[in-house]
Design a protein around this ligand. Structure first.
Ligand code: FRU
Length: 482
């Protein structure tokens, strides 16, 4: 490790110590989500199960609640539930990464953990350079930087970042989020036989490609993988305009189902589908674990979407990662299911109820003083209306006449109600994970997901009233303390 790297790590550690009490005294500090110890967290990085242990890194700015020269923070876990905060993995110390060790991925090779990430560099005039860099670890804790392995290929601007690497046959492949010189967003594909020499094969998808039309000026954080017989390209495009219920956030995260022809480096694909319908979700990353599951974690935040207004800022931290979700491709649908280990988080049973007729009267659930819980609802085919209120902070509603499901929340910017919606064919099941300042709602076994930050105001007893009302049969309701 260079002296400069040591110094940067020391400064970040000092920042954590100095702010510990102000950060930890925040009532909005989450109980079962990964957060930065201080400062700003954004994308999940380097998600891998290596020698049995899950490693999940994250983009981290320790010195303020805004963006800047990012570090890689590091968590590890044996079970996806209990996470240990590990020493800093990467600090932006070298010439090729001076303005940030930006997003990237991890692979296993010859028993070692190998990271690929973007070295972000800006000169005094703000001109950007980007290098795809490699770092190798023998112990999964300390990383030996090997420097740049990919320079900017021709035809792209320096917005070329977020390498995701995988192996197919005898070769390694890398997708990189990119912008072409004509200012269209793309995904670039590269190939290597040894992880060091990389050949650019071309753009496999992007704005203006494959009949997509105008589809954004930059595509970030691509991920490409096989899932139950199809190939999925996950990407976070920037520059899409809101379109009805779609693309309501400042930037999007979604996927294309398709087929990658490795020989010709072409990817035939279908339409773009948003992964999450909530207010805060971006830059997800997946990994294939030792059980063969495709697990995904996202950033519970969106760049430039009122980041400076988050209520946690006064406690010197901002943002979190989502819960890990398993992806499944079933009957032509991509499902996101909370990782099965999460059932082990359940403590006391708070509600166990079968069959109840919903009515306009708000039925208050016995969840007083529960700021964190998991809830399951199974709904009858006769359901015509559902309203589920979490204090004054959020409401989940479903109207069978339009098949529209919505998550409403009190905006943390204006205090006004705002909503995100999607259309279903029917609502049969609802699973929600409520943390002190977040919610993740999975509908119909993961057909649609809504992720959002919520900042409920608590009364003196710290209670949040949870009520359900509607029209139709609630077949089953279960809730657990988490
Ligand atoms: C996405 C992103 C990436 C970049 C990183 C920098 O949120 O902009 O493209 O690598 O964040 O923190």
């Amino acid at each position: 490790m260079t002296e400069r790297e040591q110094e940067l790590i020391r400064l970040a550690e000092e920042e954590v110590e100095k702010n510990k009490s102000v950060v930890e005294s925040d009532p909005y500090r989450l109980r079962f989500h990964l957060m930065p110890p201080v400062g700003l967290l954004n994308d999940p990085n380097g998600f891998i199960q290596w020698n049995g242990t899950y490693h999940l890194f994250y983009q981290w700015m320790p010195f303020k609640t805004g963006h800047g020269a990012k570090y890689w923070g590091h968590y590890s876990s044996a079970d996806l539930i209990t996470w240990k905060h590990e020493p800093i993995a990467l600090a932006p110390s070298e010439w090729f990464e001076l303005n940030g060790c930006y997003s990237g991925s991890a692979i296993e090779h010859d028993g070692k953990m190998v990271l690929f990430y973007t070295g972000n560099v800006k000169d005094a005039d703000g001109n950007r350079e980007s290098y795809q860099c490699m770092a190798v670890s023998e112990d999964g804790l300390t990383f030996d930087k090997k420097g740049p392995v990919v320079e900017l290929p021709e035809g792209y601007t320096a917005h070329f970042r977020d390498p995701k690497v995988w192996k197919k046959g005898s070769h390694w492949y890398m997708v990189v989020g990119a912008q072409c010189e004509d200012l269209t967003g793309k995904v670039a594909l590269l190939r290597s036989a040894d992880l060091v020499e990389w050949q650019h094969l071309g753009a496999i998808a992007g704005s203006g490609e494959k009949g997509l039309g105008d589809f954004g000026y930059m595509w970030e954080c691509p991920d490409l993988f096989e899932l139950d017989g199809v190939e999925v390209l996950v990407v976070s495009p920037q520059g899409l305009k809101a379109d009805g219920m779609n693309y309501q956030n400042v930037y999007q995260a979604g996927y294309f189902i398709g087929k990658l022809d490795y020989g010709s480096a072409t990817f035939e694909h279908g339409d773009f589908v948003e992964l999450d319908r909530g207010f805060e979700f971006y830059a997800p990353q997946t990994t294939l674990d030792e059980k063969g599951r495709r697990l995904m974690v996202g950033w519970m935040g969106v760049p430039e979407q009122d980041e400076d207004k988050h209520p946690t800022i006064k406690h010197k931290w901002i943002h979190a990662l989502t819960l890990p979700r398993e992806l499944k491709w079933i009957d032509g649908k991509l499902l996101q299911v909370p990782a099965e280990e999460l059932t082990q988080m359940r403590k006391a049973t708070l509600i166990e109820l079968s069959k109840m007729e919903l009515s306009d009267d708000k039925f208050q659930l016995p969840l007083e003083e529960k700021r964190v819980f998991e809830l399951h609802l199974s709904l009858g085919a006769d359901l015509s209306l559902l309203e589920f209120a979490i204090g004054e902070a959020a409401k989940l509603t479903y109207d069978a006449s339009s098949n529209v499901f919505s998550l409403h929340r009190k905006s943390f910017v204006t205090g006004e109600w705002e909503m995100r919606s999607c259309r279903l064919t029917q609502l049969t099941e609802l699973q929600a994970f409520v943390d002190t300042s977040s919610i993740e709602v999975f509908l119909n076994g993961g057909e649609e997901v809504f992720t959002a930050r919520l900042f409920p105001e608590h009364d003196a007893s710290d209670a949040v009233k949870v009520c359900v009302s509607g029209n139709g049969t609630l077949m089953k309701m279960n809730a657990w303390d988490l």
